[in-house]
Design a protein around this ligand. Structure first.
Ligand SMILES: Nc1ncnc2c1ncn2[C@@H]1O[C@H](COP(=O)(O)OP(=O)(O)O)[C@@H](O)[C@H]1O
Ligand SMILES: [Mg+2]
Length: 312
C-alpha cells in the first residue's frame, strides 16, 4: 500500500514527538510505501487530480530522520491513503486542500474525510454538546461577555481558531483587564470563546485519541510551574492517564457524529470530566501515549487505515 502524508516541511517536524512521523514509521515497518507531500503539492489537472510527492525512507533518530527521493508527479489514484496532517490553523489554504482532496472520491482514501474537516471547528463544534461541555459562550459582543463573566465568576477566554494553548486567558470577575482581554481576542479571531473556568484544569487536561469512534488511549498533560495551560506546546508534561466512565460517555455521545462525518482519527480534550475540544485537523500525542501504555498504537491506526482503504 502507498500512503501520502500531507505535512509541513519535514525539517520543521520534531520527529521524536511527532504523531505523523510515528505513523510513517509504522507504515514503513509494515512494508507500505511512505510519501511526503507539501502544501501546494496537489493539482487538479483536466486529466484529474495529481500529487507532487517525494518517496521517504524514515529513521527513528534525531539526525537525518528523513531520506527523501526526487520529486515526482503521479495520479492521485496511484496512492491508497492520503493523511492530511498539516498543522493548524485551519486557514483558507487548509480549506482549499480539503476542497481539492474532495475530488479524490473513493481512491485514495483521505483521512480525515475532507467534508468532516470542513464541518468541525475543534472548539465551536464541541460546544453543541451542552450536556458534556462546560457552559460556553461564543460571541463578539462585549455585553454578552461581561454578563457571562458575572454569572460564572471565573472564565477562560480563547480564540475560535487557536491551538497549542495560544492566547488562552483566565479572567476573573472584577479583573480590570477583562475588557481589554476580550477586545484583543475579538481583534485576533473575530469571535471569542468564553467558557466557565474549570478548577480541575490544575489537575491536567486529558487527551483521548479516538480511532474509528473507539478509544485508542489517553495521556494526561499537566502544566508547568509558571503557566495555567496544560498543552505540551506551553510546557506541559506528559503523565499516565486512565479512562473513566465519564470519558466513555463523552466518546459514546460523539461516536455517531464522528462516524457520519468520516472522522477516522480524533483527539478529544477532557478537563474534569468535561469535553473541551475535538481535534480533527492533525491530532497529536500518539508518541507520548505509546510511552505510557507500552502499546504500539500506531500499528492499530495503520492497520485500520489499510482495512478501510481496501474496502474491508
Ligand atoms: N474551561 C476551561 N477551564 C480551565 N482551563 C481551561 C479551560 N479551557 C481551556 N483551559 C486551559 O487552556 C488550555 C488550552 O485550552 P484548549 O481549549 O484546549 O485550547 P488549545 O486548542 O489551544 O489547546 C487547556 O489545556 C487548559 O489548561
Ligand atoms: Mg487543547
Amino acid at each position: 500500500m502507498n500512503h501520502v502524508f500531507l505535512i509541513d516541511p519535514p525539517e520543521s517536524l520534531h520527529t521524536e514527538k511527532d504523531t505523523s512521523f510515528a505513523l510513517m514509521l509504522e507504515a514503513q515497518r509494515q512494508g507500505h510505501g511512505v510519501h511526503v507531500m507539501l502544501r501546494g503539492g496537489i493539482s487538479r489537472k483536466p486529466s484529474g487530480l495529481v500529487f507532487k510527492t517525494r518517496k521517504a525512507v524514515v529513521h527513528d533518530r534525531a539526525e537525518r530522520p528523513f531520506k527523501l527521493s526526487e520529486w515526482q508527479e503521479s495520479a492521485a489514484s496511484d496512492f491508497d491513503v492520503v493523511w492530511i496532517r498539516t498543522d493548524p490553523p485551519f486557514d483558507v489554504h487548509y480549506l482549499t486542500d480539503t476542497w481539492l482532496l474532495s475530488e479524490a472520491g473513493k481512491r485514495p482514501l483521505v483521512l480525515n474525510a475532507p467534508q468532516g474537516l470542513r464541518t468541525i471547528n475543534e472548539k465551536i463544534w464541541a460546544a453543541q454538546f451542552t450536556e458534556i461541555t462546560p457552559p460556553t459562550l461564543i460571541t463578539a459582543n462585549a455585553a454578552d461577555f461581561h454578563e457571562f463573566l458575572r454569572d460564572h465568576g471565573a472564565v477562560v477566554v480563547k480564540p475560535t481558531d487557536g491551538f497549542g494553548g495560544s492566547s488562552v486567558f483566565i479572567v476573573r470577575s472584577g479583573d480590570k483587564n477583562a475588557a481589554v482581554v476580550f477586545e484583543t481576542l475579538v481583534r485576533l479571531s473575530g469571535y471569542v470563546i468564553v467558557q466557565k473556568y474549570l478548577p480541575a484544569a490544575t489537575e491536567g487536561d486529558k487527551r483521548i485519541l479516538v480511532l474509528q469512534g473507539e478509544i485508542l488511549g489517553a495521556v494526561l498533560r499537566l502544566h508547568g510551574e509558571n503557566d495555567h495551560r496544560n498543552n505540551f506546546a506551553a510546557g506541559g508534561s506528559a503523565n499516565a492517564a486512565s479512562i473513566t466512565a465519564e470519558d466513555e460517555n463523552i466518546v459514546a455521545m460523539l461516536r455517531p457524529h464522528l462516524t457520519n462525518l468520516g472522522i477516522f482519527f480524533a483527539g478529544i480534550d477532557v478537563i474534569g470530566g468535561k469535553l473541551i475540544e475535538v481535534n480533527v485537523t492533525s491530532p497529536t500525542c500518539l508518541r507520548e501515549m505509546q510511552k505510557f501504555t507500552g502499546e504500539n498504537l500506531a500499528k492499530k491506526i495503520i492497520d485500520a487505515a489499510a482495512r478501510a482503504a481496501s474496502g474491508a
